[in-house]
Design a binder for this molecule. Structure first.
Ligand SMILES: [Zn+2]
Length: 311
């Protein structure tokens, strides 16, 4: 057995930044589409698979929106992001919220199209079940319209909760992430990890009967923006990832490199670093030491090892 690398992308346009719209001015439909093409072209160079997890509203065409009253009826807008979206003027709604053309670029047999909620509602345990069900029902509707099958889930904000409801919608696994503590010290500690070139990869309890599979997911790809851009040299990020890849190979572990495609718009230098890191991964893959897999592949591997059949 070799090590595994998963590349997972949180695809959401403006939905995940609805409370910071000022920072999304560059998220035009054209700009976003170019970015997705650029990422897919890079993956194609190395023949790499990836998991693209969508805020499913983002995939809707104009004529498909009519099936979702939450975009039109004030009291049907059940999440904060839907409320913000509904309050915008026509001009402000035109860019960055819907990008159905993106599927033509990324929906190919080598990739997995996964789910990142419908409107980027946090799946916090404090959020009423009813709202979570609304969100999952809408994801299910989008999947039907688009003829997709969502099998793995990426929680908005990496806030993990309501897993038992996910099971009702045929999900098999979710990207696991350590708890995000929103305080200053945690942020600093987290930031300092960017300099830790000897980071370890956590081992997971891989299979629990009747539970969704936890897909490893602790590694956010350094986004070259603001503090990270100013203080973390590119060479450190590349060295850190080189060591992480080596560790995945040596210890036969799974590494999940994740980011938002829009990070490449806010921090264009991210692309160069990504290109370099994927190049190193390609060398290891060509040497037979590293498999490039999707989140769904990971779930299948774990389930197969436990003799569980997957539909
Ligand atoms: Zn997100």
């Amino acid at each position: 057995m070799s090590g595994n690398l998963i590349i997972s992308l949180d695809c959401e346009g403006k939905w995940g930044l609805f409370n910071k719209l000022g920072s999304t001015k560059k998220f035009t439909n054209k700009g976003l589409l170019n970015t997705y093409s650029k990422i897919q072209n890079l993956l194609d160079v190395y023949d790499f698979s990836a998991t693209y997890a969508f805020v499913s509203a983002f995939l809707l065409k104009e004529n498909e929106k009519k099936n979702f009253s939450c975009f039109f009826e004030k009291n049907e807008a059940y999440s904060k992001s839907l409320k913000v979206y509904n309050s915008l003027g026509q001009n402000e709604k035109a860019e960055g919220w819907f990008l159905p053309e993106v599927l033509d670029i990324v929906n190919k047999s080598t990739n997995e199209i996964a789910c990142h909620s419908f409107s980027h509602l946090a799946f916090d345990e404090k959020i009423e079940k009813k709202l979570i069900i609304n969100e999952l029902e809408n994801c299910h509707k989008v999947a039907k319209i688009k003829k997709l099958e969502f099998k793995t889930f990426i929680f908005p904000y990496n806030i993990i909760g309501h897993q038992e409801l996910l099971k009702n919608y045929s999900f098999l696994g979710y990207r696991y992430h350590k708890k995000n503590i929103k305080n200053f010290y945690f942020k600093i500690l987290n930031f300092l990890q960017e300099f830790n070139i000897y980071q370890s990869i956590k081992k997971y309890a891989k299979f629990e009967e009747g539970q969704l599979i936890k897909i490893p997911g602790d590694f956010f790809f350094n986004w070259r923006h603001k503090m990270r851009k100013a203080l973390v040299p590119q060479s450190i990020t590349i060295l850190r990832w080189k060591n992480l890849l080596k560790k995945a190979v040596d210890e036969k572990l799974t590494l999940n490199l994740w980011f938002h495609p829009h990070n490449l718009i806010s921090g264009p230098e991210t692309y160069k670093v990504l290109e370099e890191v994927l190049g190193k991964a390609a060398i290891l893959r060509d040497q037979g030491k590293l498999n490039i897999i999707t989140q769904l592949d990971y779930v299948k591997i774990i389930n197969q090892n436990n003799d569980k059949k997957i539909n």
